[in-house]
Design a protein around this ligand. Structure first.
Ligand code: HSE
Length: 439
């Protein structure tokens, strides 16, 4: 049977891991694929000292891989959305199957790329684009196919979770942990993608499109990062029985779909609240199966390579005989739903999202102050679940007051917060973090 020739573009953290795992486990991978898989061409501007490419053709122009007639599967591991997009479209137009770990590319240009792939009857696989080594795309598209997905929530950025964990457990400074995440190869080339939630938003939009069967709509995701989280909020959350995690949440409502990434308080008793370090976890609630949880390394060289290679083997298994034809009609649709069955759901603005809230304010330590605050919330129809008032510090007139509310619509909370901030007895801004019970 003809060998499947793989062309790898990009030999950085993920490309290097893919090259090495594919080489190291070649005999076992071939046995699983039922045919030989060979790396026949590498495109990289810089070689990776951890990879022995001495017996592989190497080009510094990645387009020579996309135009190489002997390459059957082009593996795009460069990142970015400009050259990577041109490269992927060139490969598709040349009749090559594509495997990519590029979440930004899929989230922002996936609709266009998938349409082009369907036109040329090739596949585009992207298991490594979400949650690193966790096979979440395949689980949702195939394992959960019987279900109507109701919601999903995930810790889908390893760098952000690593930072929050180190800050909480070791009291380390934000910048210091971020630097370590960069050294470990977890962070994006531009780490603001990690800390401001852009990377998680890319991944969430992919998961939500597969969950609900809708076109990718990256521009509609609400996105808030972790850079404003203060150590005292982590400590107060602990005291209340919660952990702060950076979550991506997609939920079906009667009026549309919620798509949001933000720091979130989760009860410590939930498994997902205890997912620490670079680990990721995705909780998916299907109507038939109930809640399911997927856990594993969310970033890093070989965990991500594991997902990339699963796609390479998947495509190799689809390829029939020696002419490398694919029975295209029996391949799983790119987003799990047939293209002509995607629905254009309304994506709800954040003001219409319903959730509970953690509020922290600095209030004068005087009788009657708390009752004014609680009156504002009660007038807005927002009930209080818990309230802590801390002891005054030496010489301080103001004390921290922490409130947990029940579920409310975001616009009601915003209006109540404005009234609380206008009280003379409250100093500065009210800190607000969303709370999810994930029941
Ligand atoms: N920067 C990403 C993360 C890499 O930290 O999760 C994996 O997508």
């Amino acid at each position: 049977m003809k060998t499947v020739n793989v062309g790898i573009c990009g030999l950085g953290t993920v490309g290097g891991g893919t090259f090495n795992v594919l080489t190291r486990n070649n005999i076992e991978i071939n046995a699983k694929a039922g045919r030989e898989i060979t790396i026949s061409h590498v495109g990289a501007r810089m070689l990776n000292p951890d990879c022995d490419t001495s017996s592989t053709q190497v080009s510094d122009d990645v387009f020579s891989v996309a135009n190489d007639p002997k390459v059957d599967i082009l593996v795009e591991l460069m990142g970015g959305t400009t050259v990577a997009k041109d490269l992927v479209l060139t490969a598709i137009r040349n009749g090559k199957h594509v495997v990519t770990a590029n979440k930004a590319l899929i989230a922002e240009f996936g609709n266009e790329i998938f349409a082009e792939a369907v036109k040329h009857k090739v596949t585009v696989s992207y298991e490594a684009a979400v949650a690193g080594g966790i096979p979440i795309i395949r689980s949702m598209r195939e394992g959960l196919v019987a279900n109507r997905i109701e919601w999903l929530a995930g810790i889908i950025n390893g760098t952000g979770n690593f930072i929050l964990t180190e800050m909480r457990d070791k009291g380390r400074a934000f910048e210091d942990v971020l630097k370590e995440a960069q050294e470990l190869g977890y962070a994006e080339a531009d780490p603001t993608f990690d800390v401001e939630g852009i990377d998680a938003a890319h991944k969430l939009v992919i998961l939500a499109s597969i969950a609900f069967g809708m076109p990718l709509q990256y521009d509609k995701v609400f996105c808030e990062g972790i850079s404003t989280i203060k150590p005292e909020d982590v400590a107060y959350a602990d005291e209340l029985g919660y952990r702060i995690k950076h979550l991506g949440i997609a939920r079906r409502r009667e009026t549309g779909v919620e798509l949001r990434v933000h720091p979130t308080l989760i009860p410590t008793s939930r498994l997902i609240a205890n997912v620490d370090g670079v680990m990721n976890a995705v909780l998916v609630k299907g109507d038939a199966v109930g809640p399911t949880l997927y856990y594993g390394a969310g970033a890093g060289s070989e965990p991500t390579a594991s997902a990339v290679i699963s796609d390479i083997v998947h495509v190799s298994r689809l390829i029939n005989g020696d002419d490398l034809e694919v029975n295209y009609d029996s391949t799983v649709p790119h987003l799990g739903f047939a293209l002509d069955h995607l629905s254009d759901f309304n994506i709800l603005p954040i003001e219409d999202v319903e959730t509970a809230y953690y509020l922290r304010m600095s209030a004068l330590d005087r009788p009657g102050v708390l009752s004014k605050v609680t009156q504002i919330l009660s007038d807005a129809g927002i009930s209080i679940e818990a309230l802590i008032q801390k002891e005054p510090q030496d010489g301080q007139e103001h004390v921290p007051v922490i409130l947990l509310t029940n579920c409310a619509v975001e616009r009601q909370i915003i209006s109540a917060i404005q009234k609380i901030e206008a009280l003379e007895s409250v100093a500065g801004d009210v800190i607000r973090i969303r709370v999810e019970s994930l029941k």
